[in-house]
Structure formats: C-alpha cells, structure tokens
Write a protein that binds this ligand. Structure first.
Ligand code: FE
Length: 233
C-alpha cells in the first residue's frame, strides 16, 4: 500500500537555491537540498524542469544555496516560492552578494550560504538533480535557527507549490483533519489556505472564523490582505 500521509511526516530544511549572474539571475525555494559526499564536499539540489532557475543552472554551471531562517519574511517566501523569475526580479530590495563563480547568493533572512560548481545533472523525470562541488561557504547569522519544512507546513501553515518535489495532490490524502462545519479561505496570491477549524496558531486560535479575523490580518505566508482571499466551496 501507499499512504501519502506518511510522506508528509518527513521533514526537510528550507532553502533558496539561486543561479545566474549580475545581469540575469533567479532563485527558488527548495526543500530538497542535501550534502551527498564529504571529500570533496558535494551538494545535491532538486529543481523542477519548468523552473526558470533550472535553465540558468544548466547554462552557467553554478548555483548557490541559502539556508533560510525560521522567521523568514513572507516577502521572501512569496517571491521565491510562488512567483516566477520570468515575471519579476526576485532579488530586488534584498541583500545579496556574488560568489567566486559569479553566482548570486541571497543573504537576507539566511543562516548560512553555500556556493557550488555544477558537476553532474541527473534527469529524474519531472525534476533535475543538480550535484555541485563546494566552492565557498559562510555563516551569515550564527544565532538564527533554520526554517524546517515541518515548521513551514504545520506552524506557518505554508502551502506546497505544484513544482515542489514533495507536492502531494490533496485527493490522495486519506486523513481529513478539518471539521466540516468550518470554512476554508484561500489566498489568491500564494495559495495559503486559512482553515477556520485550525486557525493560525499561536496568534489566531483554532475555531476563529474568517469573518472574525482582525481587519489588518494578513496572509502569514505572503502578506496579502484579507480582501485577497476567496472562500473555498
Ligand atoms: Fe498568501
């Protein structure tokens, strides 16, 4: 048997993987990042073939990994997780530097950064697995805790975009968590779902209706106002 709910128990880190140069650059939020060997230190990142960044990594032969902080701003989660670099400059207004290979490295809201030179590309169907050798690395904020996928999903109630490696179609899930009497409202900007049954703990108690949310309440993922939400049927 396959229980897709079991897959949601597995946690990861949350990173921004970037590539390009001063003229053309992009990055995306990636939870599938891991160190694969120690000597030499090599890292693997999974990237959907449709991501704008995939083509840039293939072309430039380098990428960077920025490990995100637990309190990463909704702006970064929204831009790098739910918007395309084909439409906007995701780095605009954020701190960044360029690595030894010329690759952009996001510094805002990051714990540590890693720069890699592409060594191998594995075709994994919908995604590429890019394996790169460590070129440079640096701690950016020694006192900050890392954002984990578990925290993002269960505490920030973050949504998993379709291009992510861990996306699971809701129709495949067998556990029904929310009570039927409560309504759900969806953020039209990032896809976050406010579930009245669950609230938005710890700030908003479970059982708080959307109507009763304060007028200045904003989407905890992307910062969109209440007016950008639609009721789900
Ligand atoms: Fe949102």
């Amino acid at each position: 048997m396959i229980d897709f709910n079991a897959l949601l128990k597995i946690s990861y880190g949350m990173y921004v993987v970037s590539s390009g140069n001063k003229d053309k650059k992009n990055g995306f939020i990636c939870n599938s990042v891991m160190q694969v060997t120690a000597e030499p230190a090599q890292f693997a990142v999974c990237c959907n073939k449709n991501n704008f960044t995939a083509g840039i990594i293939e072309k430039t032969g380098s990428f960077s990994i920025s490990a995100l902080q637990k309190d990463t701003s909704p702006e970064i989660l929204s831009k790098f997780g739910f918007k395309s670099g084909r439409d906007i400059d995701k780095f605009k207004g954020l701190d960044l530097k360029y690595g030894d290979t010329g690759v952009p490295i996001l510094l805002s809201d990051t714990v540590a950064v890693i720069e890699c030179k592409l060594k191998q590309t594995i075709d994994a169907g919908t995604h590429f697995i890019f394996i790169g050798e460590l070129i440079s690395s640096e701690i950016i904020n020694d006192s900050a805790e890392m954002l984990t996928y578990d925290y993002y999903r269960n505490f920030k109630k973050g949504f998993t975009p379709k291009n992510a490696t861990t996306f699971v179609d809701k129709s495949k899930l067998t556990q029904v968590i929310a009570s039927e009497v409560f309504q759900k409202y969806k953020c039209t900007v990032c896809g976050y779902i406010y579930d009245e049954a669950k609230g938005d703990e710890p700030e908003i108690k479970a059982g708080t209706t959307f109507k009763d949310l304060p007028d200045d309440w904003v989407c905890p993922v992307c910062g969109a106002p209440k007016s950008d939400f639609i009721k789900l049927q």
